[in-house]
Each structure stands twice: as structure tokens, then as C-alpha cells.
Write a protein of this length. Structure first.
Length: 133
């Protein structure tokens, strides 16, 4: 398969999940008689996690959580409706964080961002709790 097609497939498959476009490992492409190793490049300021490693809960929420929690997709508690969160209120920040890390119902672990660090999950949870209180 031509290299350009592989790149296009990689880009298209990552369109719906920010942070998933990063490529791990080494790929090899054939350039005729010579194989060339293509290694992903990381800038020196690259941080772990998604969204450039930000710990800004609002940014993380907007990029990973808002698509479901702004409108209440499939029963997700809406950020703007305090009563949606009451049944989970006794959990506190630690409980909310554990649920967000593990996933609940149709919500995937880490909001569908497997590269998200525990600290980033907690930052998003803290943002949500600040907004609903």
C-alpha cells in the first residue's frame, strides 16, 4: 500500500478522537529498493497525556467531555444542570475521578482518551465540580 494512503488512513481514523493521532513505535516504508525506518518525532517540550499535557480542567473538559456532557448525550449528566449530578454527589472529587478513569455506562474509560493521565482526569473533574456547585 502506498505510504500516502497509510498516512491518510491514520489521519482519518484519528479525526474523532483528539490525542489519538500520535503514532507510537517505528513504521517501515518501502521506497523501492531501500526500506526506510520512519520514527515519530517528539519535541523536547512534549509532555505526557493528551492535549499537549495540559492540566487546565476547562480545556480538557471542552476537548474530551463537552460533546456528551454539554447536551446530555444518552443520559450523561449535563454540566449546566446541577440536578443531573445529585445522584453522584456523595462520591466527592475522588469518587468522580475514579468513575471517570474507569468509565461508567456507555462512557468509556478516561472519556475515550486512553492517553489521558490521572492528573488530567482529576483536572477535568475539578472543573466540572466547580461548575456544578
Amino acid at each position: 500500500m502506498p505510504f500516502a494512503v497509510l498516512v491518510l488512513l491514520a489521519v482519518v481514523s484519528g479525526c474523532d478522537s483528539p490525542g489519538s493521532a500520535e503514532v507510537e513505535g517505528t513504521a517501515t516504508r518501502d521506497t523501492g529498493s531501500n526500506a526506510v525506518d520512519v520514527k515519530p518525532q517528539q519535541s523536547p517540550e512534549h509532555r505526557s497525556g493528551v492535549f499537549d499535557g495540559t492540566l487546565d480542567g476547562r480545556v480538557i473538559y471542552q476537548k474530551a467531555c463537552a460533546s456528551c456532557h454539554d447536551e446530555g448525550f444518552n443520559g450523561a449528566p449535563r454540566l449546566s444542570v446541577r440536578s443531573d449530578w445529585l445522584k453522584l454527589d456523595a462520591l466527592g472529587a475522588d469518587g468522580y475521578t475514579q468513575i471517570a478513569i474507569a468509565g461508567i455506562g456507555i462512557m468509556p474509560p478516561r472519556g475515550g482518551q486512553p492517553e489521558m493521565t490521572d492528573e488530567q482526569v482529576r483536572a477535568a473533574v475539578d472543573y466540572i465540580l466547580d461548575e456544578i456547585r
